[in-house]
Design a protein around this ligand. Structure first.
Ligand SMILES: [Ca+2]
Ligand SMILES: [Ca+2]
Ligand SMILES: [Ca+2]
Ligand SMILES: [Ca+2]
Length: 506
């Protein structure tokens, strides 16, 4: 029970200050027996100041006791709650429990959204009395659920003293379960496109290292990781990255997925279309790409341990997001040095992309260029009557431009035609592993044998080399790669002699 000390003490203090004989007043208020004893001895003590203090002493003790008992009976618990990334914007999170009649939407039990995206409330309870509770978004139809969307038991807690609970809501009852795998978070940076939400995939090892990682920027961010937020299923970029990184097929990367908006068509198109298509006149890509370059990328480099520059900054997207990706590779190669254009809308504005690319020479910083297309993007369309699907015609046109510019297939260029593939996330997810394998190397740039990463190969690398040798699956990518001297797929005894050779050569 919450004890308001000021209410208890207020009448005492009032009497303390206004009674003619404060001691008598306090004794009268608190102890009838003391009062009688005090009165019977009053004559003896009238002029003895030291004894007046002696009589005041028990009063002080009582006041202290009141303070202490009030403190001992109340416990304060702060609930810090992480909610699913798919929680609808504008939601309010509530705590409902047996301490407030299980009201799922009590305004006095609404949590407050914190700058770090956690929700927080501090409540006072009787000390040591167990409570039960759950979190809601205002009703039992929006109560929290388990990791697979299942019913969960009430949460239990015994408040004692001052505590902070860090809790995670896995799902909400009114939403399908999230399909996020691994570590995916989101942020909104107000200066970037009015706080456009960006989703960020971080590799498993990120929290255990001080290493820096390349960054893949992707469009249609809400479709990459989670079926809940997606328009028509997810790309499974999170699942694919987890698998390829675990298999050491690609080095760990950071993926930043930029959400699309109602202005998607405008933002993703480099040229106006005449006439407008589906109400979209197009032509906003430069503004959008420059916002990423000038506002988002510096912010991402602040927030995360990134490797920077075109050799470490990549882009991918599909459909119109594939069009703008190819455009970025040709128009902003000094920013994005590797690109993956998936089912790109090269047809936009009368095949302007092919004309734009062919009018220039190879972009000097465009280190890798991947493009793909399904052979059945929109059924089979052959308006030019050459017997080949027109989307494939477009793909091959840009392929021929790239090869003529000096790109070499399987070295720095790859053009993939997906047999029977149509225009949707299912097939983009299917092709994503090969795109990532082509764009992302298995190892970060490294010096074989420099396992501790101090730019020299010497005796100080022996202990870390042995550590990786004894437990290669747990090694970070950087250590695994520097210890894998013979550059095969594992760190084992075959790497020992080459390691010794490197040490002796120094
Ligand atoms: Ca996923
Ligand atoms: Ca054709
Ligand atoms: Ca070293
Ligand atoms: Ca090896």
């Amino acid at each position: 029970m919450r004890v308001d000390r000021s209410l208890l003490l207020k009448p005492l203090y009032r009497r303390f200050y206004h009674a003619n004989d404060l001691r008598e007043s306090l004794y009268n208020e608190l102890f009838g027996t003391h009062k009688r004893r005090a009165k019977s001895t009053n004559m003896l003590h009238t002029n003895q100041t030291n004894l007046r203090f002696a009589r005041l002493l028990p009063v002080s003790c009582i006041l202290v006791a009141i303070f202490l008992s009030a403190a001992a009976n109340a416990a304060t618990t702060t609930f810090r709650v992480q909610v699913p990334a798919s929680t609808p914007p504008g939601s309010t999170v509530y705590i409902a429990g047996n301490f407030q009649g299980w009201n799922p939407g009590s305004p006095t039990h609404a949590l407050a959204l914190q700058p770090d995206t956690r929700w927080e409330i501090t409540l006072t309870f009787p000390d040591g009395v167990p409570i039960q509770f759950k979190f809601t978004r205002g009703s039992w139809a929006t109560v929290e659920k388990g990791p697979n969307g299942e019913e969960i038991a009430n949460r239990n807690h015994t408040p004692q003293g001052t505590q902070t609970l860090n809790l995670i809501v896995a799902n909400w009852a009114d939403q399908p379960p999230s399909t996020i795998t691994g570590h995916v978070e989101s942020f909104q940076y107000a200066p970037f496109l009015n706080g456009r939400r960006c989703w960020v995939y971080l590799p498993q090892e990120y929290s255990q290292t001080t290493d820096r990682y390349p960054v893949l920027y992707m469009h249609d961010g809400q479709n990459l990781f989670d079926q809940f937020t997606s328009f028509a299923g997810e790309w499974k970029i999170d699942e694919t990255c987890e698998l390829l990184i675990a298999n050491r097929e690609i080095e760990p990367i950071i993926v930043v997925g930029i959400e699309n908006s109602a202005a998607r068509c405008t933002e993703y198109t480099p040229w106006p279309s005449s006439p407008p298509i589906g109400g979209c006149a197009g032509g906003g890509a430069n503004t959008y790409l420059q916002a990423i370059r000038d506002v988002l990328i510096p912010e991402v480099n602040q927030r995360y341990r990134t490797r920077t520059g075109p050799a470490n900054t990549y882009m991918s997207g599909s459909s119109l997001g594939g069009l703008i990706t190819a455009y970025a590779g040709y128009a902003y190669d000094e920013v994005w040095g590797r690109i993956g254009a998936v089912s790109p809308s090269y047809w936009w504005a009368n095949d302007s992309m092919v004309n734009f690319a062919s009018a220039q020479s190879r972009p000097p910083f465009l280190g890798r260029f991947y493009q793909d297309m399904g052979t059945q993007e929109s059924g089979f369309t052959d308006q030019n009557g050459n017997g080949i699907d027109d989307y494939i015609d477009d793909l091959r046109s840009l392929r021929d431009v790239a090869l003529a510019q000096g790109f070499v297939t399987n070295v720095d260029f790859l053009s993939v035609e997906g047999p029977g593939h149509t225009h949707n996330e299912f097939y983009w997810a299917l092709r994503a592993p090969d795109m990532l394998r082509f764009l992302i190397d298995p190892c970060p740039p490294h010096t074989p044998g420099d396992v501790n990463g101090d730019s020299a190969v010497n005796g100080s690398d022996i202990a870390p080399f042995i550590a990786v040798l004894l437990s290669p699956p747990t090694a970070t990518a950087a250590r695994f790669c520097t210890a894998n001297i013979n550059a095969d797929t594992s760190v084992n005894m075959l790497d020992v002699q080459p390691f010794v050779d490197l040490l002796l050569a120094e």
